[in-house]
Design a protein around this ligand. Sequence first.
Ligand SMILES: [Zn+2]
Length: 414
Amino acid sequence: MLYEIFLAIYLPTITFVVFVLLFGPNEKFRDGFLGDAHEFITSTLWTKLRNLITRVCGESAGKGLGSIGDYLFYSRNPLILIFYLAILFGGMAVFFLYVWPHLEETPTLHPIHLVLIPLCLLFVFSTFLASALTDPGKVTKGNLDRYLKLYPYDYQLFYPYECYTCKFAKPARSKHCRILKCCIAKYDHYCAWLMNSIGEKNYRWFLLYLYSNFLMCVYGTWIIYKILEHQVDASGMFTNTYYDQAGNVVQIGYPYMIRWLLEYFRIPIGLSMMTFLMSIVVFCFICYHLYLISKNITTNESSKFSVLKYYITQKKLEIDNYQKALQSVNQSKNVPKKRSNKKKSSKKKQNQKKKLKNYQKNRNELKKLKKPIITPMDKIVLKLDPENLKSFYNKGFWTNLKQVFFPISIYGTE
Ligand SMILES: [Zn+2]
């Protein structure tokens, strides 16, 4: 029964939570279901729980839970890293206990896999350590000049100004990471799975880390599939002949095969389902990062672009509305002056009154709208087309990719 619960509830839930944690904060999904689910897991759930605990156990217990939530999602803590390592080591333990012993008895698997599997795991561990432990590109007073020369300011997302916290110039494409408490060159995002920020210098290790995890999941799924395929063949269930009580020949069907496999290989099947689902999640995440590389945009810049797009659209709308209101006032201003024309018909008088009323109405509407303030920065960004914002740094996919694997701060531009 526990196994059925694992397959039906635990596995899809874990996959869903991982998917939401990875994609929820993304600007493409933020306003949709994934964004709402992320908001629920990282914020709403905690607020509701906190309110409940405060009502039941008192103010201090509620505050305690609130600080647990802050610790979990807004500080540098090892919990998500522990969650990842628990899945990784748990999966490896299950693999070596329940899958590895079948490798040698599976003739369809070449003995080379006995070497390739440990190599694949070594690949995962080395990329994990490289992305978690190497410098993401911390900007210090000592290397500031080098980072300032790395990229020019694009005057759409990046302007020359000082970091409020570090108190020195902020290089283009950098961001102050509030978790690591320093500016990071070509900042991508803070990765709770690695407990490190991802920036100019370790983005390459991060991509390889994603790739190694994807490879491990696909490879694991395939190995288990080959083993199960061989077990089914070796059982002879499809080649032997079976008779029912009336003496008729009965063919063994797939439902029986599945029941049989679940009876004898339930743990490898559970593991393969997990590796299969995770490979889909990681594959989507790799595709997203390849898309960002094709545009030479970091995750941080992608979210900044969506904020900028919203800002320009709103500002343009504000200016447009104000100008329309001003135009209406100017047009209705030309109310005919009162002439001492006694013969003026009452219809004309009525018309004039109507026009005056209209003019006053337009003036009141204009008063309601504040005159838009246009800062020098607005003058620059308002020239941009919000529907067609592009990265200033895009040099084409292959050059962008080369810059990821050979960071300019280490290897230079050539
Ligand atoms: Zn800073």
